[in-house]
Design a protein around this ligand. Structure first.
Ligand SMILES: *Cc1c(COP(=O)(O)O)cnc(C)c1O
Length: 361
């Protein structure tokens, strides 16, 4: 494994082995003489592949039988709409925890469809960095149709590592951390994720929906975004994104081969620890997040002298370390180190950062 290493936040790098397999099969899928993109989604071979992908995801995440696994359109933001329209009536109250930019977009979308969107708490600055207030301080509604949060704020790098204990159905945006570690699926009402960070191509999304939450969609819900319809049609109400489904299936197989989500978590913990330890022991770089709330997927960092940002990025790129520029709204740097990033990539980054620091101090 050698450079280039792609630290882009999303669309993000895919496992090399997956791309290689897709390349081999591109013009003739399973010896058919045509690509997987050119056959009917009702073709038995396609359906077999599609439902194997679903089963692999069920195995990987240990998804109980009383949950539907839906393969949908519209990425992460499509689910901001779908969640509000499918789970709450127009006059209902819903609860949202606000951890940053993605939470905020989800909140704004929910306001279009639901009368009362209650913010139960927001990220706070502490003397050790950005953090969440303890759950004892959250202002939960008594009658919320659901409670929504984002455990991994991809842009800010703030993570909530504990699952909230609430009585309303818990809805979670796992766009940037799904499959990165074991998860107690049964604690959630809905788990959703846009695909392009830890799963596959953009524009595709996965929603894991507990059965008792079906049948509640607002009458104006677009049919393709209706969980109940998609569950009944096994995600083939209309033509799904067949290429994205196929590629996601290859990623699930790859994760299984590497040992599943437990193995992913070990890999991810090592990568994150290596990078944070280096940043914490350096006066040249800093990370703005409280140590208890740091993302293991997206590591934002600042140079002590922001004037060096341009040079840092140019030099990094020339050494094959790409996609390190922070989000345009927050500046600085960000290393996204999802499942597909090998340890070697983070080692190469830390070694580059060390050289750069030495040169400038
Ligand atoms: C990227 C991202 C989104 C948005 O995904 P799109 O597919 O671009 O709509 C939503 N939530 C989180 C946490 C994300 O990281």
């Amino acid at each position: 494994m050698s450079a280039p290493f792609n630290f882009s936040a999303g669309p993000a790098m895919l496992p090399k082995a997956v791309l290689q397999k897709a390349k081999e099969e591109l013009t003739s899928w399973r010896g058919s003489g045509v690509s997987v993109m050119e056959i009917s989604h009702r073709d038995p071979a396609f359906m077999q592949m599609a439902y194997k992908a679903e089963q692999d995801l069920r195995d990987l995440m240990k998804i109980p039988d009383n949950y539907q696994v839906l393969f949908m359109h519209g990425g992460g933001r499509g689910q901001f709409t779908a969640v509000a329209q499918n789970l709450a009536g127009p006059n209902d109250t819903v609860d949202y925890l606000n951890g940053g930019i993605w939470s905020d977009f989800a909140i704004r979308e929910a306001r279009k469809y639901v009368a009362k969107v209650n913010i139960i708490g927001s990220a706070i600055e502490t003397d050790q960095g950005l953090a969440y207030p303890p759950q004892s301080e959250w202002q939960l509604s008594e009658d919320a149709a659901y409670v929504h949060y984002c455990p991994n704020e991809t842009i800010g790098g703030l993570a909530l590592h504990t699952i909230p204990e609430v009585s309303a159905p818990l809805v979670v945006d796992m766009s940037s951390n799904i499959l990165s570690e074991p998860l107690a699926v049964e604690k959630f009402g809905v788990i959703y994720a846009g695909a392009q960070k830890n799963i596959g191509p953009s524009g595709f999304s996965i929603a894991i929906v507990r059965d008792d939450l079906l049948g509640r969609a607002q009458g104006t819900t677009s049919t393709i975004m209706d969980y109940t319809v998609q569950a009944k049609e096994r995600s083939m109400y209309n033509t799904p994104n067949t290429w994205a489904w196929y590629l996601s299936g290859l990623v699930f197989e790859w994760i299984k081969e590497l040992g599943g989500v437990t193995a992913m978590a070990e890999r991810n913990n090592r990568k994150a620890k290596l990078l944070y330890d280096y940043i914490d022991n350096s006066a040249f770089y800093s990370n703005p997040i409280h140590p208890d709330f740091r993302s293991k997927m997206n590591v934002p960092f600042l140079l002590a002298d922001a004037q060096l940002d341009g040079e840092f990025l140019r030099l990094a790129e020339s050494e094959g370390l790409v996609g390190l520029k922070g989000h345009r709204w927050v500046g600085g740097m960000r290393a996204s180190i999802y499942n597909a990033m090998p340890l070697e990539g983070v080692e190469a980054l830390v070694s580059f950062m060390r050289d750069f620091e030495q040169k400038h101090t």
